[in-house]
Ligand binder design. Structure first.
Ligand code: ADP
Ligand code: MG
Length: 672
């Protein structure tokens, strides 16, 4: 016989007796029985500050249903539950194991139940105590996985198991969630939206007290939908606010951009043409452009970005391009300056350390561009590169500077689902195919012992007149230690594998002027090899560089490696990326999967999906670049239909007063 939660057969969701005040969920955990200041602190460290937080604390798994047997019936290998009374308790050691053994009887037979390394339980398991035990027959008797004293919750079928951290037991967390659960919660969805969803209160009960895994999943989906909807309504509000601003509507494309397309040494690809078409349509309106230009590294976004900037210039206004780092700003400046000269357009670099003329037609810079004191009153088009690295605040500051049209560019391909979530307030143009003359980069995964062969291969490229990158191992402590390690590695390489070649070192601690000088040297082929930390991640464009070695590649993230790899393969030559790491059996499973994925494909969108998969569903935690508060319930791959539904509904719900709109006020759209 299987037993429902806490041993009771339940047929309907228990209903709370009182409808609580609206602020009930905002109450501190301290208002729950048994929570004092010390426990409160521990809970806060888990992000559980309020009753509402506890209600939304998601179990990471549920106990599977097991059969409850009489002790005399025990014998199989399956996990089962038994009930009985403690007769006696004893402790002993077996090597490094502390064993606690209780003799337990249910009248049919007696058994020795064992707990490992929990000697303190002795005090709870006094003779005469009624217990329910979940576990299986083991070497030393009944091996206990979880237990309840009397009718507890831990051993029940589908008992939730909560993330608890080091300082709290899952049991304590379970008790507190149980104490919070009788709270009914206001349903943020208007009745006409609810469709097939359970109410929010039912969903929370299903999350914490499921009668089946399907039940738990139905609850999770409803909560995920609320979460996604909240986010989408927030984004819709942002979008609407911006639409009410007035940007200069630009004249149709004129002579300057026509000349620009003429001087380009290549034909625009179909995707570039399409993106330009989207931009032209946006610029003709007085609502500010809010467009995301998405495309893989080297797909030709910068070419499109310059087009947008020139559209501002030919209307007698200014364009600005902003990058997240000085290195990137400098790189962009180097790329834009030459075509600008050819067209008779003035272009200036403006960073924290270089303050040039803000009256140029086009200004390139970092955040400094939008910091107080720098006025760009004539700004009509702003291009924001790598927009996910910009905080919402900075984006807002930019638009406050006078509502320019904004084109966000990202070279980190984001799966469509994620793009919808993160950039729900933007229209999206995608450059999904690189220029045709590009050969896919050949990627190989090489073990440490064979790194000698990798360097031999690299020297072959150098001897053939090509250039190369060597990426240093990632050191996480600080930029200073990273720089120091890179210096040592460059020195070592100059004496060993790269002796006789011209080797430059690029790291984050170089002074901007030195860095600029170094990049110019590499571009001019005065250096053969650039040894670098991850600062070459984006924006560096040297088509003659055809091979890259990444040392200790397993330490890098998938997106980061893909970005790094994009530094080669920018010309017509076949390019190579050699990922060096320890042997496969010495790597974690996820590290191995990352490297395998990179060898398998160069498609950034596919890799982004893979990355999401490897990191697991909605687990955005730890990806600072996500620019989004963690999603607790949504799993972006699986919940894509929910996400799309939420996005469609958001526009209609923006104007509906009620709990949803109130909640939106509290949504943090900027993330960590
Ligand atoms: P992204 O900004 O997406 O990384 P870029 O605009 O910097 O890409 O382009 C990468 C390289 O490809 C540059 O050297 C650029 O000149 C070249 N390129 C861009 N568009 C084309 C095209 N349509 N045909 C050939 N080469 C192109
Ligand atoms: Mg670029």
């Amino acid at each position: 016989m299987t037993v429902g939660f806490a041993g009771e057969e339940t047929t309907a969701w228990p209903r709370p007796r009182l409808f609580p005040r609206a602020d009930a969920l905002a109450r501190s955990v301290e208002t729950l029985p048994g929570v004092g200041p010390a426990l409160k602190k521990k809970l806060e460290r888990l992000g559980l500050a309020t009753v509402g937080d506890l209600l939304e604390h998601r179990p990471f798994r549920y106990e599977l249903p097991v059969e409850e047997l009489r002790i005399a019936e025990l014998g199989g290998d399956d996990e089962v539950a038994i009930r009985g009374e403690v007769l006696s308790v004893s402790k002993r050691r077996r090597g490094r194991l502390q064993m606690l053994t209780a003799r337990v009887s249910d009248g049919s037979a007696t058994i020795s139940a064992t707990w490992f390394n929990q000697p303190w339980l002795e005090r709870q398991l006094l003779p005469g105590t009624a217990v329910r035990l979940r576990g299986r027959q083991g070497r030393y008797g009944f091996d206990v996985r979880s237990f309840d004293i009397g009718n507890g919750q831990a051993t029940a079928d589908y008992a939730p198991v909560y993330p608890a951290g080091e300082e709290l037991t899952p049991k304590k967390v379970r008790e507190l969630v149980a104490a919070a659960l009788p709270q009914a919660v206001a349903d943020p969805l208007p009745a006409w939206v609810q469709e097939d969803f359970p109410t929010r209160t039912d969903a929370l009960w299903a999350l914490h007290r499921p009668r089946s895994l399907d039940d738990a999943e139905a609850g999770r989906r409803r909560l995920a939908f609320d979460e996604l909807l909240l986010l989408q309504v927030g984004l819709a509000l942002q979008r609407r606010e911006r639409e009410q601003e007035v940007a200069p509507a630009l004249e149709p494309p004129g002579e300057l951009v026509a000349r620009y397309c003429d001087v380009l040494p290549f034909e625009l690809t179909e995707h570039q043409e399409r993106a330009i078409g989207d931009i032209d349509a946006d610029l003709a309106r007085t609502a500010p452009m809010q467009r995301l230009l998405q495309g893989d590294v080297g797909s030709g976004k910068t070419v499109v970005a310059l087009y947008a900037l020139l559209r501002a210039v030919e209307s007698g206004r200014q364009g600005a391009l902003m990058a997240p780092t000085e290195t990137l700003a400098e790189q962009h400046f180097l790329t834009l300056d030459e075509p600008c000269r050819q067209l008779g357009v003035t272009c200036a670099l403006l960073t924290g350390s270089v303050k040039h003329d803000v009256n140029s037609d086009i200004v390139v810079g970092t955040h400094a561009l939008i910091q107080k004191g720098v006025q760009l009153p004539n700004l009509a088009v702003a291009v924001v590169d790598e927009q996910h690295r910009f905080g919402v605040e900075q984006r807002r500051a930019l638009t406050e500077a006078g509502s320019p049209h904004v084109l966000h560019m990202t070279a980190t391909p984001i799966p469509r689902t994620l793009a919808l979530t993160l950039y729900g307030n933007l229209s999206v143009s995608e450059i999904a195919k690189p220029p045709a003359n590009r050969k896919p980069i050949v990627t190989a995964w090489v073990t440490q012992e064979k790194s000698g062969e990798a360097y031999a291969r690299l020297r072959k490229h150098l001897d053939a007149g090509r250039q190369a990158y060597v990426v240093c191992p990632l050191i996480e402590e600080s930029e200073t230690s990273q720089a120091r390690a890179a210096e040592a590695e460059a020195e070592r390489l100059r004496r060993a594998e790269l002796r006789g070649y011209r080797v430059g070192l690029l790291h984050g601690r170089l002074r901007p002027a030195d860095r600029r000088e170094l990049m110019a040297q590499f571009k001019a082929h005065e250096l053969d090899v650039l040894v670098a930390t991850t600062v070459i991640e984006v924006g560096v464009d040297v088509p003659n560089a055809t091979i890259m070695i990444v040392q200790e590649a397993d330490r890098f993230g998938l997106a980061q490696l893909h970005q790094l790899r994009g530094r080669v393969g920018r010309g017509a030559e076949q390019s190579y990326c050699l990922l060096v790491s320890r042997a496969r059996e010495d790597l974690t499973e996820t590290a191995a999967r990352r490297l395998e994925a990179l060898v398998r494909t160069t498609d950034g969108f596919e890799l982004a999906e893979e990355d999401l998969e490897i990191r697991g569903g909605g687990q955005l935690r730890g990806t600072r670049q996500s620019g989004l508060t963690d999603l607790k319930f949504a799993q972006l791959r699986k919940d894509r239909p929910l996400l799309e539904r939420a996005r469609e509904l958001a526009d209609d719900l923006v104007d509906v007063e009620g709990p949803l709109r109130d909640a939106v006020e509290h949504v943090d759209l900027s993330g960590g």
